[in-house]
Write a protein that binds this ligand. Structure first.
Ligand SMILES: [Zn+2]
Ligand SMILES: [Zn+2]
Length: 254
């Protein structure tokens, strides 16, 4: 097989993997939402269809650079992904994991803030904010321009910072779970974590909810560091509107 065909095949396979991962993770959290908060997504069927459409388009945009890099890693020895656990000291495993999360968070914060400039918002970010309120299906609901800005981060980092393939898997798992969890309209983490000392620095659904409610502030991805450092942290959200919708649903059923 020619290199071009192998690259195309890898991009296609990665698109299928990213799309499948999205459908499984968002589907699982949407199901959990039906169980835990019945009626929360009532009346949002049209919006959810749009979210799924944009997310599957984003999966293709994420799949292409991931496929090219995966091919280069396997066929050409590109990237600094390693498989021998002892190629680096064991303490390096958590360090590399944190480095990836911190750098991705920084990239996300600044590109996200930029995308809230009116001229760029209309082009690149309005799609994501069309979800009012977002659901578990909105995890990858991005305009292609925004999807590209997100899709290049990890494929670029694997050229720069050595990471064990399992730690990389964990980075992607955290990215997926937080992407879905932060948009599903309720908090999955315990109150003690969200409102305790850890919650002052970690971003969960309660924090990102305030971003979607206010259209400004709380631009971070994993950590509140940049928001706090730059004065854009607007505190935790309340899910008040979601609660009202749920109660209305309970009344209309009963
Ligand atoms: Zn935004
Ligand atoms: Zn969002």
């Amino acid at each position: 097989m020619s290199a071009a065909a192998a690259i195309a095949l890898a991009a296609l396979a990665m698109t299928a993997i990213v799309g499948g991962r999205y459908l499984i993770s968002s589907g699982a959290f949407a199901f959990a939402t039906r169980v835990r908060h019945p009626g929360l997504y009532r009346g949002l069927e049209g919006q959810m269809r749009r979210e799924i459409g944009w997310s599957l388009a984003s999966a293709a945009i994420y799949g292409v650079p991931a496929g090219v890099v995966a091919w280069g890693w396997q066929a050409r020895g590109w990237t600094r992904i390693y498989t021998d656990l002892h190629a680096f000291p064991l303490w390096y495993l958590p360090v590399s994991l944190f480095a990836y999360l911190l750098i991705h968070d920084m990239w996300f914060y600044w590109t996200h803030r930029l995308m809230h400039r009116p001229w760029l918002f209309r082009i690149a970010h309005a799609v994501h904010h069309q979800s009012r309120p977002p659901t578990a299906w909105a995890a990858m609901s991005f305009h292609p321009v925004e999807a590209i800005s997100g899709a290049i981060v990890i494929p670029a980092l694997v050229f720069l910072i050595p990471i064990h393939v399992a730690a990389l898997g964990l980075v992607l798992a955290i990215m997926t779970v937080m992407g879905v969890g932060n948009h599903m309209g309720w908090e999955m983490f315990p109150r003690a974590l969200v409102h305790g000392p850890a919650g002052r620095w970690l971003i969960t659904a309660t924090h990102h909810e305030a971003h979607h409610a206010a259209y400004r502030g709380n631009y971070g991805l994993y950590f509140r560091f940049w928001d706090k450092a730059c004065g854009t942290d607007i505190g935790l959200g309340s899910f008040a509107a979601a609660g009202r919708r749920e109660r209305a649903d309970a009344h209309s059923d009963g």
